[in-house]
Ligand binder design. Structure first.
Ligand code: NAD
Ligand code: UD1
Length: 338
């Protein structure tokens, strides 16, 4: 099948493009490169030994997007493109709603006009908000706590309404937990702009000497070691989940929701120590005040994805850190030239 991947030069997108190529699909990538580099696709092509079509296109440009669909016989879409920084979304809500929600509406209009109605959407565990008890289950009421999360929630609502109104749509809403790691080759990985917000990219930059030390946000939570618990998932496991989801919905109409997580809660210290094992020495860190908006603990109940997609995670926290470290060590400046 020919799969169009929006946001396919980004972190999760590039790994998923590789998995799609390896599973025999053809791929067209649409990205405006606002948070990524074209180099990621060069490396994906090298790893797969196959080519990808790249369209340097913004989802906000409906005419340009129409031209891409006119040129390619697309069978399904995996939609990663979006802005994703929680703090930035609080500062710039209009930019986030416009880019993420309007961009998705444009995509859906163009898909519908071209009779393409199979879609896998990157949602997030952040849609569960702070009012649910762990582990999170797909049937829980959702309610995100910040503008970024609300863009995901609104897009989920739009897709649910479309699926209810028109039985020709085949839609998967994938709620990811905390993606980390990189392809085992160390050739592709996460390349955050500026100071990383997320834990593992920050630790990786400490390990490579780009940051002085890790600040551990809060050591006084009601958890076994006092730090927050999260459900970390290797980006390759996550990418395989997308291939399984697109294959599943291709032959089934309706709207499906799946958590993609491991079902295991790991603390900040668990992650730091796993990364230190990967690097081979301790890393500088310091306890700091809690970060606003952090929940003490969240992890997935991943049993629905196992039952429906025969998918579950296979890689451990140590493997996530080893692979993330290999990428960071081999590419200290990410995709930028040294
Ligand atoms: P990323 O920033 O690396 O990838 C997103 C890609 O979308 C980038 O390449 C960016 O250039 C592109 N993009 C953004 N706006 C666009 C537009 N208007 N038109 C075309 N391209 C556009 O992020 P990622 O970590 O790979 O995340 C992929 C998706 O998964 C995002 O939707 C994100 O919200 C979601 N998600 C990510 C995480 C995470 O922790 N990384 C967790 C849950 C959900
Ligand atoms: C963050 C976002 C969440 C988003 C997710 C994507 C916030 C409040 N939440 O969640 O909406 O879906 O990323 O993966 O931004 N930590 C440190 N020091 C650091 C960085 C993080 O101690 O320098 C701690 C955090 O306090 C947290 C844990 O590490 O306890 C994981 O943090 P992070 O990687 O940012 O992920 P989330 O908090 O799950």
């Amino acid at each position: 099948m020919k799969v169009l991947v929006t946001g396919g030069t980004g972190y999760i997108g590039s790994h998923t493009v590789l998995c799609l190529l390896q599973a025999g699909h053809d791929v067209v990538v649409v990205d405006n490169l606002v948070n990524s580099s074209r180099e990621s696709l060069n490396r994906v092509q090298e790893l797969a030994g196959r080519n990808v079509v790249f369209a340097h296109t913004d989802l906000l440009d409906e005419a340009a997007l129409t031209a891409v669909f006119d040129q390619h016989a697309v069978g399904a879409v995996i939609h990663f493109a979006g802005l994703k920084a929680v703090g930035e979304s609080v500062q710039q809500p209009l930019r986030y709603y416009h880019n993420n929600v309007t961009g998705t509406i444009n995509l859906l209009r163009v898909m519908d006009a071209h009779d393409v109605r199979t879609l896998v959407f990157s949602s997030s565990a952040t849609v569960y908000g702070g009012n649910n008890a762990v582990p999170y289950v797909e049937k829980m009421d959702i309610g995100a706590d910040n503008p970024y999360g609300r863009t995901k929630e609104q897009i989920e609502d739009i897709l649910s309404d479309i699926g209810a109104a028109d039985s020709r749509w085949h839609i998967a809403l994938l709620r990811y937990f905390n993606p980390v790691g990189a392809h085992e080759s160390g050739r592709i990985g996460e390349d955050p702009l500026g100071i990383p917000n997320n834990l593992v990219p920050f630790i990786a930059q400490v390990a490579v000497g780009r940051r002085e030390k890790l600040m551990i946000f809060g050591g006084d939570y009601d958890t076994p070691d006092g730090t927050c618990l999260r459900d970390y998932i290797h980006v390759m496991d996550l990418s395989e989940g997308h291939v399984a989801a697109v294959d599943y919905v291709a032959s089934r109409a309706g709207v499906f929701r799946w958590n993609l997580g491991s079902g295991i809660g790991s603390s900040v210290f668990d992650v730091l120590h796993a990364f230190e094992r990967a690097v081979g020495h301790t890393l500088p860190s310091e306890l700091a005040p809690r970060r606003d908006g952090d929940l003490p603990a969240f992890w997935a109940d991943p049993s629905a994805a196992l039952a429906d997609l025969s998918w579950s995670t296979s890689k451990s926290l140590d493997e996530m850190c080893q692979d993330h470290w290999r990428w960071q060590k081999n590419n200290p400046n990410g995709y930028a030239a040294p």
